[in-house]
Design a protein around this ligand. Structure first.
Ligand code: KG4
Ligand code: ZN
Length: 357
């Protein structure tokens, strides 16, 4: 019996310090032996957003402890590890450098291969941890830093179908939460407030709803929320604004996902239609159920990562490490941190004023 690969994954691209050990069973299905995540919410709360310098310091303070914990929890020893995979980008460079340098040093010390992982590829492959998924599949990645539709053709092989031209969806949730007086990171609180409100109370804009294919835009929505939030007097009006925001996002994602289905089908000759949703916002229960219904209606099988693997974690980084290990895709120890690292390097940069879509 061949030894199954044991991969240590490390994540430090933003405000989560995380480590995980992954292996696979006899059937080749991944098994998460440990996944330790230390969030820095308390560090950044008073500033209303992530402060890069403080985030990096916190990663430095905790990284060895988190990795030790992950190894201990896995029941394995350091000598059993076959490769070390660290997030190399995209993200905050001062934060990336911590996990990347730690991972390289660790791999060097145990004399095992090092694998540099794209954080977005981690999100893209995160549902493969608990579901068998064949390529190609359509991915909607909705996180705090990115919002994209991608044709996932294989490991390292992506074709972007659509992207946000301004804010990421998680960012729009967090900014709306801030305007409603909710502490950072408030995104997850919106859907809780929304349950008590009337989604029809405020008519919010849906930027580029009827143009731009499956590209997305949320900046105008944020401005509208800002204006209304200044006039809000009662608690009920707060709930109504949260509910109207949540409903507007659902409407936008419904329409844009339908377009993405059409574009994906134009690109691929499909035997089975698979729709994967990943990233922090994929934890939003109402968005999940709306997308599950839409997928069903459109004959797609929808797959989500487990809720605990929607946000940033190292199991998804180790998962990419596992796939790359099997393909012997290793990296040198001078691999740089990459603050910007698109999955589809041929896709046009679509951000900022004057963008043509
Ligand atoms: O994937 P993630 O952990 O980090 C990035 O790679 O960006 O995503 C974090 C984002 C935050 O903006 C957070 O507010 C949002 O995901 N988020 C949610 C929910 N849970 C997390 N947004 C809406 N509803 C939720 N339940
Ligand atoms: Zn992320």
């Amino acid at each position: 019996m061949n030894k199954k690969p044991l991969i240590l994954g490390i994540e430090s691209s933003c405000d989560e310090t995380a480590a995980s050990l992954i292996t696979e069973n006899e059937q080749g299905n991944p098994i998460v032996l440990s996944s330790i995540i230390s969030s820095q919410e308390d560090v950044h709360k008073e500033f209303g957003g992530v402060v890069p310098e403080l985030a990096a310091r916190s990663h430095i303070e905790k990284i060895d402890l988190i990795v030790q914990k992950a190894i201990k929890k896995s029941g394995k020893s350091i000598n059993d590890i076959d490769a070390v995979a660290s997030t190399a980008g995209p993200g905050l460079i001062v934060c990336l450098s911590v996990g990347l340098s730690f991972g390289k040093a660790f791999a060097c010390a145990i004399e095992k291969p090092f694998i540099a992982v794209n954080h977005l590829e981690g999100h893209a492959l995160s549902p493969k941890i608990n579901s068998k998924i064949n390529y190609p599949y359509l991915l909607l990645l909705i996180s705090g830093g990115h919002s994209q539709f991608l044709n996932v053709k294989g490991i390292g092989n992506y074709k972007r179908l659509g992207t946000t031209i301004d804010d990421a969806l998680g960012e729009a949730f967090d900014k709306t939460a801030k305007l409603l007086g909710i502490d950072f990171p408030g995104g997850p609180q919106i859907e809780i407030l929304a349950e008590k409100g009337n989604p029809k109370k405020y008519d919010l804009p849906k930027p580029i709803f009827n143009k731009g294919g499956c590209n997305l835009s949320f900046a105008g929505l944020k401005t509208a929320v800002l204006k209304i939030s200044k006039k809000i007097k009662t608690e009920q009006e707060r709930y109504d604004l949260a509910a109207s925001f949540q409903k507007t996002i659902e409407d936008i994602l419904y329409k844009k996902t339908k377009i993405a289905f059409e574009e994906f089908e134009k690109q691929e000759n499909l035997n089975e239609k698979i729709f994967v949703v990943a990233g922090g916002v994929a934890a939003n229960k109402k968005i999940r159920s709306m997308l599950i219904d839409l997928a069903k209606k459109s004959n797609y099988k929808s797959i989500f990562p487990p809720i605990e693997l929607c946000g940033d974690n190292a199991a998804m980084i180790a998962m990419v490490g596992l796939e790359k290990f099997k393909l012997k895709q290793f990296n040198d120890l001078d691999y740089p941190a990459k603050p910007r690292w698109p999955l589809d390097k041929d896709a046009a940069f679509l951000k900022g004023a004057g963008v043509k879509i």
